[in-house]
Structure formats: structure tokens, C-alpha cells
Design a protein around this ligand. Structure first.
Ligand SMILES: Cc1ncc(COP(=O)(O)O)c(C=O)c1O
Length: 459
């Protein structure tokens, strides 16, 4: 049945209307209701729409909206707050630092202490550059790879998201051959010439090998997320090991974008969890403890080509910026990573087990209810996938999932039950998310799915 036909079914449109009404009673719909004069913010997601939840504060695993409603937060600042909101160690470190000033445009000791700690958790020696967002880190990682190798092209994996710099804003063109996919800009205003220096790897491993071999002389780096948040598929270890073997054999760098997976899959991120080492790594999110951060880690050899390290050598790559390595962000990041490091042996296995149990339970429930929903997951990351068909690529996901409006209804029902799922629909666990919270979420998911079945949402 088409969505239009479905929505004409009385029961479903009544359910949609009721859910929308209940949500809109909870959230502000005008600038005045939040103490503003105009609706003049241009940031993505900051608008007065029917489902714009205005979060006022967060504490541990919870966030609270403008009316004081409490939600269990599964977004956690897009995966950032692994220690929960307002963690006492982080708050103390930031309070201490802000009293002493937050930016001096001179080296500070925190940067060196933080880089030392990061070095300890890497499989081999590294140097690090600090910047202010994941998008800045990936942009610098790409620049470092191109500068160091002198080769022009960086290859990405299908479904990749490397942030909103001009390199990251290219996505798979779904009109192109799925076995030899091409990229297209996903925003106006991007120099299309950048696309000439980017490539998209084919999904098949033999085709990847052939692509890297054929393009080795112009390929600076293959850049991959160890796990993609929007589609955390099984088999990542095998795929990453294959990329490592093929790149090494063809003298191409391997970059890991660990903005999501760093300090999340394991203290040492995807490198540690999958036992695969990259040449260049970008970090963000958790690394800043809730303040804006990006970090680029490189091998010592590549570091010799970064401006701060060797200003007079040839092929020097410039890394700089007013707020780069500022002590306020570093105080939050260092406190976070120190806290994680102190209890890594218990935190990470527990997070993995909790996610795993939840995913298995939900997949069994969705099968029993015969609804087209499944859970894809990696340690402490999961996403509801709205199809029961097997998926190989992000293109498969986007083309096979049921209509967005029906997906949104599921999420809205969860919101009404007190669960906050982020607008990008990727779910994360913090150290506070225990089995009882996931049990409550599982029960809410089952109720939502049952209601949707009864009212014809999946018909
Ligand atoms: C894998 C990955 N890389 C880079 C980025 C960009 O990070 P930021 O939003 O901090 O710029 C993101 C953000 O979600 C990401 O998921």
C-alpha cells in the first residue's frame, strides 16, 4: 500500500494526529515561548517545527525539556557524552580551567599531557594535532594524507560521513552503478573540483582490491570509519583487515575516521577493538568531553610533514587555528579520557554486553510481531533499521527502509514514553545506561510496534 493510501486509513491518521498533538503540547512553537524575539537561528535542526524538542539541561543519562519533562537520552550529544551529562570529574576540571582563563594562543601543558595519554592508548607511537570539530579533523587528515604522499585522491567507503567540510559533503549518487558507485555533492556551494580528488570504493572486496591496485599511483589514502553509526553492520573486522592489507600492499595510506568510534568501541577505538592499525586517525566527540574538539593523530613519519613539527621541510602541511588546542576544551577532554582509562576494563565489556543483549531481544521481538524493524549494532551504538531485508550497503538501507513518516511515528511514540532519540536516529549508551533502562526501552518499543501494527502502519 502507498503511504498516501495508508494515511487515508482512519486508524493510522488518527494515531498520527494524536501523537503530534501530544508532542506539540509539550514543546514550544514560537520564539516567544523560549524567550527569543525572532526565529533567526540558521543551524541545522534549530527550527520551531512540530517535533523540535528544546532541551534545557542534562544530568547523567537524562535530558530535560523546557517543560521539565525527563527523557532517557539515547543521543548523548550525537554520541559524545559517554560519561553521561554533567559528569562531576569533567565539571570540576572545566570549572578549574575557566577560572584560570580559556585561551592564550601559546602552548599549554594540558595539550602535552593529553597527547601523552593518547599516545599510550595507541598501538604504535603517534603525534597529535588538536582542533575544534570532527569536520575540521577529517579535513586536516585528508590534507595531511595528500600533502605527505603528494598524491591527489582520497577514497571513501559507501555510506561514509566525515562531517560538513567541503570534502565531507559528497555522497553516493544513487543513480550510479551500485557495483561501481560515483559521488555527487550533497550541498550547493561546494567546489565541484573537489569531487575530482575523491573516489568512492565499490562495495565488493575483490572490486576494492582491483580499484586500489589500478589507482595506487594517484591514491593518497583510503579513509574509513571503523563502524558507521547510521548502519553498524557486522563484519567490520574483516572489511578493515582487508583494507589494511590492500592499502599497505599498494603503498596507499589507511585513514580511520574515529570521530564516532574513538573511545567508544574501546578506549583505543576501532584500532584496538578490531586490532587494525591506521596511518592517520581523526577523533572528535567523546575526546572533547562535551566541548568542541577534533584531533588528528599521525604516525611519526607523517608528523614530520606537519608545519608545527618541521616548519622548514618540504611538502609541509599547514595545521593551525585560534581555538586549536585551547585549554578549556582540553581540560574536559583530558578529564573524560582519564576517567574512561581508569575503568576501561569494566566499562567497555559492560557497554558491549548491554547493547548486544538489547539488540538480540529486540530482533526476536520484532520477528515475533512480524514487523519490518531490526536493530543493527556495534558496542554501545545501535540503530533501528526499518526493513527486515538483508542489507549490504547504505544505499540498500536508504532504498529498502519503509517511509520516513512511519519511522518518525515510531520515534514519536518513544518520545512520548520518555526516550530521547536524536534527529540522526543513531543511539548511544553512556556508562549510566544499564539493563533496566534498556528493558524499559524494549517494552516501549514493543508497545509502539504493536500500536502501529494495530493501526495499519506496516500494512
Ligand atoms: C564519522 C564522523 N566523522 C566526522 C564527523 C564530524 O564531526 P563534527 O560534527 O564534530 O564536525 C562526524 C559527525 O557526526 C562523524 O560521525
Amino acid at each position: 500500500m502507498t503511504l498516501q493510501k495508508k494515511l487515508r486509513s482512519d486508524k493510522l491518521s488518527e494515531l498520527l494526529g494524536r501523537v503530534r498533538r501530544e508532542i506539540s503540547e509539550r514543546i514550544p512553537h514560537s520564539p516567544k515561548e523560549i524567550g527569543a524575539i525572532g526565529n533567526s537561528v540558521l543551524n541545522e535542526g534549530f527550527c520551531f517545527s512540530d517535533n523540535a524538542l528544546f532541551v534545557e539541561r542534562g544530568q547523567g543519562p537524562h535530558v530535560f525539556d523546557t517543560s521539565g519533562n525527563q527523557y532517557v537520552d539515547f543521543s548523548l550529544g550525537s554520541g559524545t557524552m559517554i560519561l553521561g551529562h554533567a559528569n562531576p570529574e569533567v565539571v570540576t576540571a572545566v570549572e578549574k580551567q575557566i577560572r584560570n582563563g580559556s585561551i592564550f594562543s601559546r602552548p599549554n601543558s594540558l595539550a602535552f599531557q593529553y597527547a601523552d595519554l593518547l599516545s599510550e592508548i595507541q598501538p604504535s607511537p603517534r603525534k597529535f594535532a588538536f582542533c575544534n570539530s570532527g569536520a575540521e579533523a577529517t579535513m586536516r587528515a585528508i590534507r595531511a594524507a595528500r600533502g605527505y604522499t603528494g598524491k591527489p585522491v582520497v577514497a571513501m567507503v559507501n555510506g561514509a560521513w566525515h562531517g560538513s567540510n567541503d570534502w565531507g559533503l559528497f555522497q553516493e549518487d544513487y543513480e550510479s552503478d551500485p557495483e561501481a558507485p560515483k559521488l555527487a555533492p550533497r550541498s550547493a556551494g561546494i567546489p565541484t573540483q573537489i569531487g575530482e580528488h575523491l573516489a568512492l570504493l565499490p562495495p565488493d572486496q575483490n572490486a576494492i582490491q582491483a580499484f586500489v591496485e589500478e589507482n595506487a599511483s594517484r591514491l593518497a589514502m583510503v579513509f574509513a570509519e571503523p563502524v558507521q553509526g547510521p548502519l553498524p553492520l557486522p563484519g567490520a573486522k574483516r572489511r578493515l583487515e582487508h583494507l589494511r592489507t590492500v592499502t599497505r600492499k599498494n603503498d596507499v595510506l589507511l585513514g580511520f575516521d574515529e570521530v564516532v568510534t574513538g573511545f567508544r568501541l574501546a578506549l583505543g577505538g576501532g584500532q584496538e577493538y578490531f586490532g587494525v592499525e591506521a596511518d592517520i586517525i581523526s577523533y572528535g566527540k567523546i575526546a572533547g568531553g562535551g566541548l568542541p574538539i577534533g584531533i588528528v593523530g599521525t604516525s611519526l613519519e607523517i608528523a614530520n610533514h606537519i608545519s608545527a613539527n618541521e616548519p622548514d621541510a618540504e611538502n609541509i602541511v599547514y595545521f593551525g587555528g585560534t581555538f586549536s588546542a585551547n585549554p578549556l576544551t582540553l581540560s574536559a577532554g583530558l578529564a573524560t579520557v582519564k576517567t574512561l582509562a581508569a575503568e576501561a576494563e569494566s566499562i567497555y565489556p559492560r557497554l558491549e554486553e548491554t547493547t548486544d543483549l538489547f539488540a538480540r531481544r529486540m530482533n526476536a521481538t520484532f520477528e515475533r510481531l512480524d514487523v519490518p524493524i531490526r536493530i543493527a549494532h556495534a558496542p554501545s551504538i545501535f540503530r533501528f533499521i526499518f526493513t527486515d531485508r538483508p542489507l549490504r550497503t547504505r544505499r540498500d538501507r536508504d532504498l529498502l527502509e519503509i517511509d520516513r513518516k512511519i519511522q518518525d511515528l515510531f520515534y514519536d511514540l518513544l518520545l512520548l514514553e520518555g526516550f530521547h532519540i536524536g534527529t540522526n536516529r543513531i543511539n548511544f549508551l553512556s556508562i549510566h545506561h544499564d539493563e533496566s533502562m534498556l528493558d524499559e526501552l524494549a517494552q516501549a518499543c514493543e508497545r509502539a510496534a504493536l500500536l502501529m501494527v494495530q493501526d495499519g502502519a506496516f500494512a
